[in-house]
Design a protein around this ligand. Structure first.
Ligand SMILES: C[S@@+](CC[C@H](N)C(=O)[O-])C[C@H]1O[C@@H](n2cnc3c(N)ncnc32)[C@H](O)[C@@H]1O
Length: 308
């Protein structure tokens, strides 16, 4: 489980009520927890963490309107929306699907960074890098081209797990990630020639035309709803014959949805259309689970698209 964000209300009594409420919530006494949170937000009306938790509890209790109201208050109380109330509102159908708040991704992964590798590799059995590696090798073998790439860009590079899998296949790696905490971990690996704290789309926009041979995104497009925009920019940045390789979580339908883990899931047909719209050719699209959730493999896809 990713860590849970807590933003103090600045009021000791309200913070205490919140802590008790969380204990009760974890013990399953949702009604009593909601009662305490109501008290906390009465004491501190701009207590974003309490509003957000209240929203979650109201949702669990089936009180959808009250949940929506609480998530709206959480976002008003923290305009950066570090809890990701917007995602909850999208999931509840109160708002149309859109990109997730950048501050939510940043604070999630800044908190996660110190124990990310252990959590992903040991608890979630993360398989993204090896899936990408095998898929890229297969595409290169089918094209009868060597699987060596002078310059690669790792989008949402995190701590560098994908770069580690490709280390022997790449001359120089550039890593781009929204989270300074993850970038620090990536820097410590020594795997990257260059690292940048940026949104992946903005980071790609700063790169020159035909300046990369490979663009990777391991378990990072799950935080991006509009894959077409990123793929279009990747196409511009890639040399002819260059590859864009990424994993996603998926669902049986078409289009893009938000799963209950607050990550996007992209349908297979959506991805095919996205690659075509971006001017890339889908060379490999395979059902493959990148990681587990509650000890169950999450449905996923591994995709490799080529710039012709
Ligand atoms: C689950 S981690 C995967 C890290 C790494 N690619 C790997 O395979 O281990 C997702 C990473 O994507 C980053 N991320 C999410 N959305 C992003 C965005 N829009 N732009 C840049 N990085 C993003 C997060 O900060 C996080 O480090």
């Amino acid at each position: 489980m990713p860590p849970r964000l807590f933003l103090t209300s600045g009021d000791l009594l309200a913070d205490r009520r919140f802590e008790f409420a969380r204990d009760l919530q974890l013990k399953g006494d949702l009604v009593a927890a909601a009662d305490l949170l109501d008290q906390a937000v009465e004491l501190a009306p701009n207590f974003a963490s309490a509003w957000f938790t209240l929203g979650e509890i109201r949702e669990r209790l089936g009180e959808t309107d009250a949940a929506i109201a609480a998530f709206c208050r959480a976002r008003e109380a923290d305009a950066l929306d570090r809890h990701g109330a917007t995602l909850k509102l999208m999931r509840l159908g109160a708002e149309p699907l859109a990109e997730m708040p950048k501050a939510y991704v940043q604070s999630l992964f800044d908190q996660y960074a110190p124990r990310f590798d252990q959590a992903l590799l040991h608890h979630l059995d993360y398989r993204g890098p090896e899936l990408l590696f095998k898929a890229v090798l297969a595409v290169r073998a089918a094209a009868r081209k060597p699987a060596f790439f002078d310059r690669a860009i790792d989008l949402g590079c995190g701590t560098g797990l994908a770069a580690a899998a490709f280390a022997r296949q790449v001359g120089a790696f550039t890593g781009i990630d929204l989270s300074p905490g993850m970038i620090e971990r990536a820097r410590a690996t020594g795997l990257y020639a260059e690292l940048e704290v940026a949104d992946m789309l903005e980071g790609l926009r700063d790169r020159g035309d035909a300046s990369a041979d490979l663009v990777l995104a391991g378990d990072a497009m799950v935080y991006v709803s509009d894959v077409t925009a990123v793929a279009s920019e990747a196409r511009r940045v890639l040399v002819p014959g260059g590859l864009l390789a990424f994993t996603v979580e998926t669902h049986a339908g078409d289009g893009v949805i938000i799963g209950h883990g607050l990550r996007y899931a992209h349908g297979a047909e959506y991805l095919r259309r996205a690659m075509t719209a971006a001017g890339l050719v889908m060379a490999h699209l395979e059902a493959a689970s990148p990681r587990n959730e509650d000890n169950t493999p999450v449905p996923g896809l591994v995709a490799v698209a080529t710039k012709t």
